[in-house]
Ligand binder design. Structure first.
Ligand code: ATP
Length: 300
């Protein structure tokens, strides 16, 4: 049995569809990512899975239970850390954990969580004085205090500096090593690529790709990217009819041609015909962020 099963789930706000027929299954012990542009429907989907919203149609099952109707049975098995979770400014780290653990019949040992999440030195600090990364660590600790089998993390590392983000990534891997299944909403391609076993790319309330990160990159054709500074002004139309070329963009003087197949040869010979030299030519294999743009048309 899959740990999370979503079948043809629909949810709308007024006459606007936020989620339009999403089907997916998350397996035990996976880190499963939801990635997509702003407003794609990720949070709405996660809220339906967590039982915080009622779908208009379709179904979400968590550990075989209906998250709305059987919320009580799921309460200690599903930990959720939502965007911008706020605590009172003056609550101390240990007090927050103590309070949250009182909500559960069999809570985790929060003293142990404090250490595991690197908050031991902060246990007596008040919430308002924690850094962004420390607040995020605390929110993960609070989501874990019920000893959940499943942890839902929504944009956990948004607003953190690269070092804090890397620390949180390690933390997520450690949590998974304890056997917890993780559903992770993220905006960051690097995060998705490093952490997630599988990913659903969501756009306009629908899944546009569902695969391993490598599979998603391959699915978009294993694109290549050429960057160069042309020796003479270049009309982008020059490449428009070449089947190998998918996109031509510019960054200042630099032209970026993205495509597949014999891209290098085709672009080189087109330039040669016009006697244009490609200065500072670089060839890059596309990664997940290119795949994301190709799938959703969004810039990351
Ligand atoms: P982000 O990455 O910006 O957090 P998201 O992918 O999580 O976005 P959602 O927050 O699920 O997307 O929003 C999906 C759509 O539903 C958006 O168009 C949003 O404006 C709309 N929406 C979300 N919550 C509500 C609400 N409570 N009332 C009305 N519309 C909403």
């Amino acid at each position: 049995m899959s740990v999370i099963e979503v079948k043809n789930l629909h949810k709308r706000y007024g006459d606007r569809w936020a989620v339009q027929g999403i089907t997916l299954a998350v397996e035990r012990g996976e880190i499963f990512g939801l990635i997509g542009p702003n407003g794609a429907g990720k949070t709405t989907l996660v809220e339906c899975i967590a039982g915080l919203r009622r779908p208009d149609s379709g179904q979400a099952l968590v550990l075989g239970l209906d998250p709305q109707k059987e919320r009580q049975a799921l309460r200690s098995r599903l930990g959720i850390q939502l965007q911008d979770s706020q605590l009172p400014d003056q609550i101390k780290v240990w007090e927050a954990l103590d309070l949250y653990s009182s909500f559960y019949e069999e809570p985790a040992d929060w003293e142990e969580l404090i250490v595991a999440l690197g908050l031991a030195e902060k246990r007596n600090d008040v919430f308002a004085r924690l850094s962004g990364g420390q607040k995020q660590r605390l929110s993960v600790a609070l989501a874990m205090v019920g000893n959940p089998d499943i942890l839902i993390l929504d944009e956990l590392t948004t607003g953190l500096d690269p070092e804090a983000r890397r620390n949180i990534w390690q933390l997520i891997l450690d949590v998974r090593a304890r056997g917890v299944t993780i559903l992770l909403v993220t905006h960051f391609m690097e995060e998705a690529e490093r952490l997630c076993d599988r990913l659903a790319v969501i756009d306009g309330g629908r899944i546009v790709a569902l695969d391993t990160p490598a599979g998603i990159v391959a699915r978009t054709g294993g694109e290549q990217r050429l960057r160069f500074r042309p020796s003479a002004p270049l009309d982008e139309e020059l490449f428009a009819n070449l089947p190998e070329v998918r996109r031509v963009t510019r960054n200042g003087d630099t032209v970026i041609v993205t495509g597949t197949g014999n891209l290098v040869q085709v672009v080189a010979s087109t330039l040669a015909q016009r006697q244009i030299i490609a200065h500072e030519l670089r060839i890059e294999q596309a990664a997940l962020d290119d795949a994301f743009i190709a799938l959703t048309g969004e810039k990351v």
